[in-house]
Write a protein of this length. Structure first.
Ligand SMILES: NC(=O)c1ccc[n+]([C@@H]2O[C@H](COP(=O)([O-])OP(=O)(O)OC[C@H]3O[C@@H](n4cnc5c(N)ncnc54)[C@H](O)[C@@H]3O)[C@@H](O)[C@H]2O)c1
Length: 366
C-alpha cells in the first residue's frame, strides 16, 4: 500500500501522523511511504530522518494526497485539504465529525473511507487512541498549574513541593480518570498534598491502592467540593461523561470561597469544562482571571509538547496503521472489532448513528 504522511496545516499544530519508527515498520512490510517535506519538523524529525528509514519525501501536500492509498495524520482535514482527499482513499486521523457538519459533508462528498481515531474502541469501552492525549494533558496540568501559581503569573505564590519547614501546596483533582490519575501522580511526585474526587468508587479504590498516602481520595459531591476549594491552591478539572457535556461542578459563586491566586486548570474544557466560568483558551493566550482566580483552559494542551505527544499518539496508532496497510481496510475492519468502530464514513455513507443524530439527518445510508 502507498501511505501518505502530510504536514499538519491547521493552526498551531506541530504533531505529525507518523514517526520514522512507523515508517521503518511500514517499509519493512513492503509498503511505500510518502512524507511531505517538513512534516516532522515540529516534532523533532527531519526529512533525512524519514529518508534514512526508506520514506520518499515529496514537496507538496497535493502530491502526498494524490499518490497515496491511505493518509495517516493527526487533526481533521481543514477546508484547504477537503479537495485533496481522493475517492476511495482511506483517511486515518482524529475527525470529531459530530462537531462539524461542514467537514462531514465534505468527506461524504469526497467518497473517502474515514476511520476516526477517537471512535476506535476496545471491548471494555475504553478509547485506546484518545488515552495517550489524556495522559499528556493530565501530566501537563500540574506543570502549567505550578507555573501559574507563581506570583508574577498572578498566582498565590506557592511552591507545590514546599520546602523543609514549610507545608507543600495542595492540589484538588476532580475526576479520577486518565487525566485525573496522571495529574495526581505528577503532583504527588512534586511532593504536593493531593485530594482526588470521583463518583466512581472503583476508580477511587484503585487510586487508594496505587498512590502514596499523601494522595487522599474522597467522594465527589457538592459538600466536599465546597469544603476543599477553600484551602487548595491548584484545582484540576478532569471530568468526563462519555458523549455528553461535562457537568459544571464548580459554580461561579464558589470562586469567592477560593483564596486569591488559586489556579484552576480545566482540562475538560474540550467538553465544555467542569467549571461554570471556563471558556476555551489557546497556547498564545492560555489564562484569564475571574474573581482573582486564575483560569487555564487550553483546548489542545498536548499541542504544546509535540515531540512527546507525537510519540505517544503514534505508539498506539501504528499497530492499526500496519493492520490497515497489510490487510486492506475491509479485511482489517472485519478482523478487528475495535478498528471497525473507527469507521465513520464509508464512500459517501455515514456509518455512525451519532453523526446523523448530531445534525438531525435522516439515515442517508439506507
Ligand atoms: N484540554 C485538552 O487538551 C485535553 C486533552 C485530553 C483530554 N481532555 C479532556 O479531559 C477530560 C477527561 O478525560 P479522561 O480521559 O480523563 O476521561 P475519563 O473517562 O478517563 O475520566 C473521567 C472521570 O470523571 C469522573 N466523573 C464523572 N462525573 C464526575 C463528577 N461529578 N465528579 C467527579 N468525577 C466525575 C468519571 O467517573 C471518570 O473517572 C475529557 O473531557 C477529555 O476530553 C482534554
Amino acid at each position: 500500500m502507498k501511505v501518505g504522511i502530510p504536514k499538519e496545516i491547521i493552526n498551531n499544530e506541530s504533531r505529525v501522523g507518523m514517526t520514522p519508527a512507523g515508517v521503518f515498520e511500514l517499509v519493512r512490510n513492503n509498503h511505500t511511504v510518502y512524507v511531505q517535506t517538513g512534516a516532522g519538523d515540529g516534532s523533532g524529525f527531519s526529512n533525512s530522518d524519514y529518508q534514512q528509514v526508506g520514506a520518499i519525501v515529496l514537496d507538496t501536500i497535493g502530491h502526498v494526497y494524490a499518490m497515496s492509498d491511505m493518509i495517516v495524520k493527526v487533526k481533521e482535514p481543514i477546508k484547504e485539504e477537503y479537495a485533496l482527499v481522493q475517492r476511495g482513499q482511506v483517511v486515518f486521523t482524529y475527525f470529531h465529525f459530530a462537531s462539524s457538519e461542514v467537514l462531514t459533508e465534505a468527506m461524504i462528498d469526497r467518497k473517502a473511507i474515514c476511520i476516526a481515531y477517537e471512535t476506535v474502541e476496545d471491548e471494555d469501552g475504553t478509547l485506546p487512541l484518545l488515552t495517550p492525549m489524556s495522559e499528556v494533558a493530565g501530566r501537563m496540568a500540574i506543570q502549567q498549574g505550578a507555573k501559574y501559581l507563581e506570583k508574577p503569573e498572578k498566582g498565590r505564590g506557592v511552591l507545590l513541593g514546599g520546602v523543609p519547614g514549610v507545608a507543600p501546596g495542595r492540589v484538588l483533582v476532580l475526576g479520577a480518570g486518565v487525566v485525573g490519575i496522571q495529574a495526581a501522580k505528577m503532583a504527588a511526585g512534586l511532593g504536593a498534598h493531593v485530594t482526588i474526587l470521583d463518583v466512581n468508587m472503583k476508580r477511587l479504590r484503585y487510586v487508594n491502592d496505587v498512590m502514596p498516602s499523601h494522595v487522599v481520595t474522597e467522594f465527589s459531591n457538592e459538600f466536599n467540593i465546597r469544603k476543599h476549594i477553600k484551602d487548595h491552591d491548584l484545582i484540576v478539572g478532569g471530568i468526563l461523561l462519555k458523549g455528553a457535556k461535562a457537568p459544571k461542578i464548580i459554580t461561579r459563586d464558589m470562586l469567592k470561597d477560593m483564596r486569591p491566586g488559586t489556579v484552576i486548570v480545566d482540562v475538560a474544557v474540550d467538553q465544555g469544562g467542569c467549571v461554570e466560568t471556563t471558556r476555551p483558551t489557546t497556547h498564545e493566550n492560555p489564562v484569564y482571571i475571574i474573581d482573582d482566580v486564575v483560569h487555564y483552559c487550553v483546548t489542545n494542551m498536548p499541542g504544546a509538547v509535540p515531540y512527546t505527544s507525537t510519540m505517544a499518539l503514534t505508539n498506539v496508532t501504528l499497530p492499526y496503521v500496519l493492520k490497515l496497510a497489510n490487510l486492506g481496510w475491509e479485511k482489517a475492519c472485519q478482523e478487528d472489532a475495535s478498528l471497525l468502530k473507527g469507521l465513520n464514513i464509508l464512500k459517501g455513507k455515514v456509518i455512525r448513528k451519532e453523526i446523523l443524530e448530531a445534525f438531525k439527518w435522516q439515515a442517508i445510508n439506507d
